[in-house]
Write a protein that binds this ligand. Structure first.
Ligand SMILES: [Zn+2]
Length: 209
């Protein structure tokens, strides 16, 4: 199933987390730890489950101008939970922190509409290395949107933000339903980084098992 391609990076995040935690805490790697680490790396995306069950897919577009990352994508909650866990158990605390923080790092630059990074101070969305018309240049060109974009919206910015109200407006305009095909069935800088991280994580796991 092609949607699996979009979660390979979380498999990588889980593997990096379990490798680092077992190294720091001097705990032997077992399959159970690997499974929990991968589940932890995916855990912020549990907020996509209601949409997945309701629609059979997860995609913010003009057909469904709603992004799931507003129920669990709050890094501070995971950071505080991880730091508390760390006081009780170095292995599980490290694994939790690394797995979930890597998920948020990926959400900051990869596909999707960024994350409410500074929640609860603001529910503004933040994304790194993107444009507010949240698509790769190639996709904007294919959809005939590139020529309609003002010059300063074409520029790839280090930090992009959307207010809560702007977000649904931009999703209506630039959200795409077939994001898995357009991002993951091709090699672009985002899928390239994610696939490379997956291969690297699997290789390191084999070496250090
Ligand atoms: Zn996510």
């Amino acid at each position: 199933m092609k949607s699996t391609l979009a979660i390979l990076v979380d498999v990588a995040n889980g593997l990096f987390a379990v490798l680092l935690a077992s190294h720091i805490a001097n705990v032997d790697l077992v399959w159970g730890h690997v499974a929990v680490a991968i589940a932890l790396a995916m855990s912020p995306d549990l907020d996509a489950l209601p949409e997945l069950l309701k629609r059979g897919k997860v995609a913010a577009s003009n057909q469904y101008a709603h992004d799931h990352r507003e129920a669990l994508h709050f890094p501070v909650l995971f950071l505080v939970t991880g730091i508390i866990l760390l006081q009780f158990d170095v292995f599980w605390g490290t694994m939790f922190l690394v797995a979930t923080m890597l998920h948020f790092v990926n959400d900051l630059y990869g596909t999707g509409w960024g994350i409410p990074l500074l929640w609860p101070l603001t529910n503004r969305r933040f994304k790194l290395l993107g444009r507010r018309a949240n698509l790769l240049k190639q996709i904007l060109q294919e959809k005939g949107l590139w020529d309609t974009l003002p010059q300063d919206e074409r520029r790839l910015r280090l930090v992009v933000t959307w207010s809560y109200d702007e977000l649904s407006e931009y999703i209506q305009k630039y959200g795409i339903d077939d994001w898995i095909d357009r991002y993951y069935l091709r090699i672009n800088w985002i899928s390239g980084i994610e696939y490379t991280l997956f291969v690297l994580a699997v290789a390191l796991t084999i070496v250090f098992w």
